[in-house]
Design a protein around this ligand. Structure first.
Ligand SMILES: [Zn+2]
Length: 335
């Protein structure tokens, strides 16, 4: 078809690239890598949406009739970039992969980073050999793609950034893609501050999310093993109020990665999942369908189970599941 293609969200040329990843595949590979077994949540607090995705081989698709629907993969969109921009972003992603993936693997190449601690004791990595501009542009491109994703999916109704922020993000990305530097958009780059959080090491039971979360005015992006807390110009933030202010990534600072302890990490994901509007409602509905009980009662029991699990220090990837299973088991025994 020779009809008008949409325009590339970066350079404005016809957007002919297909299957653009919203988040680079390798970044979320531990969440969605095994395509058939993947399980993830797309969460948007702005629109109050929680959408669970389960791969075809994930047992949740048929277990206890919890999920019967095989949903589409959320994380690609067609015709948002031209092939040139898509290709250049791919190069940046490829260059950073080694640094970021190493940062969370047991076989980390120790010469790529130094490990230090804040005075508060929080450990962090400084990437010694990653290119700072690439590091900035990489994370900018991810938050920009989340913006496009919400815009496209909502039929242009959902804007997670203000117009000015979008213009600035686009300016930086365009300049870097065209010239390999961000000289002209250095000022634009100062409009954004962000920090990235991960854990020292991940194992299969660590909880992970993919999604975007609007927290008190600034956006947080969950990309599996990384959390990006992003402060845009229009968020009107007070720099002193930003946590881990010393580790803010910007044009003036070396690229860093904050390393949460196991507890901090689990707590963060747990808190987010628990507070998602609709999350509890869906759990209640699901449990009510299985146990023939009232869904409000089920929500209450579910929360009690979570509290118990928390007290037993059993919070891990499966604690939501364990809580549900305990309730299902309890009512199954009564019949
Ligand atoms: Zn383009």
């Amino acid at each position: 078809m020779m009809g008008d293609l949409p325009k590339c969200f970066i350079c404005g040329k016809p957007a002919n690239a297909t299957g653009s990843h919203i988040v680079p595949a390798w970044l979320i590979a531990p969440c969605v890598g095994e395509r058939d077994k993947e399980e993830s949540y797309r969460i948007s607090i702005n629109s109050g949406q929680v959408d669970a995705f389960y791969g075809s081989a994930n047992k949740k698709n048929n277990e206890n009739a919890i999920e019967t629907e095989i949903k589409e993969h959320h994380y690609t969109l067609d015709n948002i970039f031209c092939s040139n921009c898509e290709k250049k972003l791919g190069v940046i992603e490829g260059n950073l992969k080694e640094h970021l993936i190493c940062s969370v693997s047991e076989n980390a190449n120790k010469s790529l980073y130094s490990l230090s601690s804040l005075t508060s004791g929080i450990p962090y990595k400084t990437f010694l050999k990653a290119n700072l501009n690439e590091y900035l542009v990489f994370w900018y491109s991810i938050v920009y793609r989340w913006y496009i994703y919400h815009l496209v999916r909502s039929g242009c109704n959902q804007h997670i950034f203000n117009v000015r922020d979008v213009v600035l993000l686009r300016k930086i990305l365009k300049e870097f893609i065209m010239t390999g530097n961000i000289n002209d958009s250095a000022g634009a780059s100062k409009s954004f501050r962000f920090f990235v959080i991960s854990k020292l090491e991940f194992d299969a039971t660590d909880p992970r999310l993919i999604g975007e979360f609007d927290r008190n005015g600034h956006n947080e992006f969950y990309s599996c093993q990384f959390i990006i807390e992003f402060y845009a110009h229009s968020d009107n933030f007070d720099p002193l109020e930003i946590p881990y202010n010393e580790l803010i990534n910007s044009a003036d600072c070396p690229p860093t990665l904050i390393l949460f302890s196991n507890e901090q990490w689990v707590e963060r994901i747990y808190e987010l999942k628990k507070n998602v509007p609709g999350f509890l409602k869906n759990v209640g509905k699901r449990l009510a369908g299985i146990t023939n009980q009232d869904s409000q009662k089920m929500i209450q029991e579910y929360q009690e189970e979570l509290t118990k699990l928390k007290a037993e220090e059993q919070i891990d990837l499966n604690h939501f599941e364990i809580a549900e299973k305990r309730i299902i088991k309890k009512y199954a025994l009564k019949h």
